[in-house]
Ligand binder design. Structure first.
Ligand SMILES: *Cc1c(COP(=O)(O)O)cnc(C)c1O
Length: 440
């Protein structure tokens, strides 16, 4: 057999192994989810091989008869679900949605405020010296909000003082960005609307992690609270394909559209637009029930670990109002998030290490941070409820605190997962959640 045929076969074999492994794991990655069989059927359609530059009905390419109709349905579903007057479903990811937002709302180099990474901000909001998208790609000068570590939220009074003193120095801030990747509690958006109006600033909200919760009317409602523009990933709490979207007040619609095409995108992954339309329809039907259970489960998982002696962040605030739980593991026998991540993976439990707000003070960095981040979106989708969260906490506890054999736990995880093999909160709940699809 030729060398490249061997590699060709190897790739298929690795894909199959991965898909099979996913049926045996407890996946608690907060930024991931499992899309429904219907979404996956949509994203393998012929759209994946086509182009459709521009807006539906005004395309630069021919052959878009059906593609246009699907995209218009997708836009319509997004507008209804997010209660938005304008939606652009073209960004191919959350970062591209953020770049569209920056392009639509600011001149290159303008000053903006965002959350620092240690406080849960995303690298796409960060400064140039950190390699962040806002700084490195757009030249934005990024200031970070003051942060209250006990409340695990933005310190409104101090941040407004900081904005005012920058203005007094003649350093105008053009844009206030909210949202982040460790997102436990709603951000204070409406608290900044007055100061934004006073100085002529626009407000943006990156809902990448929480867009599914927001679609369901849970967590918070940034467009009603004063945001001018909202970006999203469509594959975190929103269980769609890997894609993005932008919502905006109508006065920003033209600038957002321009930022998508011609500025940012040539093709915009039309198969994923089709998949997103399916996911939005399913969320319209099942989203409220799904979001409620995600939040109940994250609170239950946090409580179950707390009851076992774990140092869960924001314990006196009820741990979380989202899908995410943040835990300080620096005082466990494993000492840091990296070791916890590696050992749990051997036990078929997939989680993320994560920086804690106080890590820098303790001399820790992202390579061996003091924390872990857990998310309940994917396991909730498979039908798990509060009792299962307690069972998961016990499995995690036995690996990290009791040092039990990871192989033994891995086998127990596989058995535990046997009853949760189908996606719920979807029109088709019969096809196996991780069914492997291959055209022969
Ligand atoms: C995940 C994330 C992104 C990036 O989304 P992609 O779809 O992976 O590009 C942007 N912003 C925040 C806050 C995120 O958590």
């Amino acid at each position: 057999m030729s060398e490249h045929k061997k590699l060709y076969d190897k790739v298929f074999s690795l894909i199959e192994q991965h898909d099979k492994w996913m049926t045996k794991t407890i996946n608690l990655i907060a930024s991931e989810n499992v899309s429904s069989p219907a979404v996956r059927s949509a994203i393998v359609c012929d759209f994946r091989d086509r182009y459709a530059e521009g807006w539906p009905g005004e395309r630069v390419y021919a052959g878009c008869t059906y593609i246009d109709q699907v995209e218009l349905i997708c836009i319509d579903l997004a507008k209804k679900l997010f209660r938005a007057e304008f939606a652009d479903v073209r960004p191919v990811s959350g970062v591209v949605a953020n770049l569209m937002m920056y392009t639509a709302m600011m001149q290159p180099g303008a000053r903006m405020m965002a959350l620092s990474i240690a406080h849960g901000g995303h690298i796409s909001h960060a400064r140039e010296d950190l390699g962040g998208t806002a700084g490195a790609v757009r030249g934005h000068k990024v200031r970070n909000y003051a942060f209250n570590e006990e409340e695990f939220n933005i310190d409104v009074d101090q941040s407004i003082k900081d904005i005012r003193s920058l203005e007094a120095e003649g350093k105008h801030t053009e844009f206030l960005l909210f949202g982040g990747s460790v997102f436990l509690f709603p951000h204070p958006v409406k608290e900044f609307r007055d100061v934004a109006d006073e100085f002529g600033m626009h407000i943006g909200y990156d809902s990448a992690h929480v867009s599914g919760l927001i679609a369901a009317g849970r967590f918070q409602d940034p467009l009603r609270e004063g945001a001018d523009i909202v970006t999203a990933s469509t594959h975190k709490t929103m269980p769609g394909p890997q894609h993005g979207l932008v919502l905006a007040k109508p006065e920003f619609a033209d600038r957002v559209k321009q930022a998508a095409f011609p500025a940012m995108l040539s093709n915009h992954h039309l198969h994923n637009v089709a998949g997103l339309a399916i996911a939005l329809a399913e969320m319209t039907e099942f989203g409220e029930e799904y979001a409620d259970q995600i939040i109940k489960n994250s609170k239950a998982l946090a409580q179950a670990l707390y009851n076992r002696g774990w140092k869960v962040v924001a314990a006196d605030k009820g741990f979380t109002e989202s899908h995410t739980v943040l835990i300080d593991v620096s005082e466990t026998p494993m000492k840091n998030g990296r070791t916890v991540e590696e050992e749990l993976e051997k036990a078929n439990i997939i989680i993320n290490r994560n920086l804690l707000p106080w890590d820098k003070k303790m001399g820790r960095d992202y390579k061996k941070p003091g924390g872990i981040r857990l998310g309940t979106s994917e396991m909730t989708r498979l039908g798990m409820k509060e009792p299962e969260m307690d069972a998961i906490a016990e499995l995690i506890h036995r690996v990290v605190m009791k040092g039990e054999d990871v192989k033994k736990i891995a086998a127990e995880v596989e058995t535990f997962r046997k009853n949760y093999q189908r996606v719920q909160y979807a029109f088709d709940t019969q096809t196996p959640a991780y069914a492997h699809l291959r055209f022969k």
